[in-house]
Write a protein that binds this ligand. Structure first.
Ligand code: FMN
Length: 233
């Protein structure tokens, strides 16, 4: 079976096709650039994370991290520290430098557009109450959003009953804000967004491996229902 529609999405245009199919971008039309990060509610109290310069440096060599990385679906019944969580957030979306039109992060992103928001479901992190949080990457802080009832059951159900989805100390939930990339790349954006996310996810794998933590990517989940869990108050 050839699934043509999906394959089209993988293929980049050649120059003729590009000129014919790719319309002027909103950037070229000089429309304002979208915000780099979702707004923070007024009066929100942000939670400090451990600053990048105070994060522990790992003892392992890069090659041994690469070689030992695997997907891990069984976790110890231990609590991760705020320093470990800060390390993982820094390695996946940390902002090193902010420019007018984008941010340079610890991960590359097409056109430095960085179209993601990092939501977390925190089950067990030292000093933090369980619930959904958002990483405020521009300030390297956390925003508590809400508690979730029956979270273990809910997240495992949303991952089509993959029970390990609810067993980790933290669930990273990356949400794309497509217009951040579309503003510059119009119809080419969606492939870029998918590539960008693969890079972020791989950094999470490597960062976990470097710190003796385990993780697994989960692509098989109910996206719309999960969106509702994150957005409804
Ligand atoms: C985009 C993506 C989606 C994935 N989705 C799932 C998933 O839903 N469930 C699961 O158990 N593993 C999932 N995995 C993990 C893969 O099964 C795993 O990477 C693969 O079997 C290779 O094993 P390794 O990571 O241990 O090298 C996913 C991996 C990627 C990159």
């Amino acid at each position: 079976m050839v699934i043509k529609f999906g394959r089209k999405y993988l293929r980049f245009y050649n120059q003729d096709e590009y000129e014919k199919n790719v319309s002027k971008s909103d950037q070229e039309k000089e429309l304002p650039s979208p915000e780099m990060e979702l707004k923070i509610p007024l009066n929100a109290k942000l939670i400090d994370l451990i600053a990048p310069e105070d994060l522990k440096t790992e003892q392992t060599t890069f090659l041994s991290i690469i070689n030992s990385r695997v997907s891990r679906r069984k976790y110890l019944d231990e609590v991760i520290t705020l320093e470990e969580l800060s390390y993982l957030l820094w390695c996946t979306q940390g902002v090193k430098r902010v420019l007018k039109l984008g941010a340079f992060r610890t991960v590359p992103s097409a056109g430095a557009r960085c179209p993601f928001e990092t939501y977390l479901y925190i089950r067990k992190v030292e000093g933090l109450e369980p619930g959904i949080y958002r990483y405020i990457s521009l300030q390297h802080k956390l925003l508590f959003i809400k508690s979730v009832e029956n979270a273990n059951e809910l997240f495992s159900k949303l991952a089509y009953n993959q029970r390990f989805a609810a067993n980790g100390d933290v669930l990273f939930l990356w949400v794309a804000v497509p217009y951040r990339t579309e503003w510059r790349y119009t119809t080419l954006s969606h492939k870029f967004i998918a590539i960008d996310l693969g890079i972020v996810c791989e950094n999470l794998y490597l960062a976990c491996e470097a710190r003796g933590l385990g993780t697994v990517a989960i692509g098989y989940y109910e996206q719309e229902k999960l969106d509702t869990v994150l957005t409804k108050s």
